[in-house]
Design a protein. Structure first.
Length: 265
């Protein structure tokens, strides 16, 4: 078994978000990393599984808001509830690689004589994250995820979370839009998708592969910007894998009538 030790914490960045001008509105992030690789067997060209995590974590100095942000990130990206992001990253890397060996070794033993199947067992799981200033008083947390767990191809995803900087509260569409927003927002999104693809009808969209067996929906995978809200649809959500991810950038002016009066941008 080859094991790469967990790398030390790297770097420190400060994200300044102005809600009222006080120090409580400053959230600092440090980069937490975890790298672990295990081989499936002792043979020279054994398949392996690598986990590589680079996560932005709110520092202890960020107080309760930082604790809430970290808890939400750990749960969403790692499905862990730990005291620190580092503990969560380490636990995820250990659990993922241990599960790989336990689950895949018996299967690989059956296929070992067939060299064409070796690539099926070459697993990896990579997360790289970043933060950016969002709409007034918010932080956007972006996670790029790439993994391969057998099959014809790997998977790429962009996972987004939005936080109220002053409190660390995670924001949902229900915090941004007024009651009854769903259908009007669907209409805006469908119009934006048509414009992005050059299609004028739903039938034309479906001929291109979009919305083939579903309707457009307001995704909770969104990014609050200073002038726009971007809805992110990962592969398979509204289009086949070959179409890649789809991002619909909506100016706030297009949805002004359905925004909550308490939401500022």
């Amino acid at each position: 078994m080859k094991k790469i030790d967990i790398l030390p914490v790297l770097g420190l960045t400060l994200l300044m978000v102005s809600c009222g001008g006080g120090d409580e509105d400053n959230v600092a992030f440090e980069t937490v990393t975890a790298d672990k690789t295990v081989v499936l067997t002792n043979e020279e060209n054994s398949p392996s599984c690598g986990v590589h995590l680079k996560l932005e974590a709110a520092t202890e100095a960020s107080g309760h808001a930082g604790e809430l942000i970290n808890a939400a990130v750990m749960k969403r990206l790692l499905d862990r509830e730990e005291n620190t992001m580092q503990l969560a990253a380490d636990a995820f890397a250990d659990t993922y690689t241990e599960s790989y060996k336990t689950t895949m070794l018996p299967l690989y033993n059956e296929d070992r004589s067939d060299s064409t199947k070796r690539a099926w067992y070459q697993y990896h799981y990579i997360i790289e994250t970043s933060t950016q200033k969002g709409s007034k008083g918010t932080i956007a947390y972006l996670a790029s995820i790439n993994y391969y767990e057998g099959g014809a191809h790997g998977i790429n995803q962009l996972i987004t979370l939005n936080f109220e900087a002053k409190t660390g509260r995670q924001l949902t569409l229900g915090d941004i839009f007024a009651t009854g927003y769903e259908q009007p927002l669907k209409n805006v999104l469908l119009k934006a998708l048509k414009a992005k693809t050059g299609c004028t009808t739903l039938a034309a969209l479906r001929n291109k592969g979009y919305l083939y067996s579903m309707d457009i929906f307001p995704s909770e995978n969104f990014i609050l910007g200073e002038e726009t809200i971007t809805f992110v649809y990962n592969p398979y959500e509204i289009a086949p894998y070959a179409m890649g991810s789809t991002e619909l950038i909506i100016p706030y002016s297009d949805v002004d009538k359905i925004l909550k009066t308490t939401f500022e941008y």
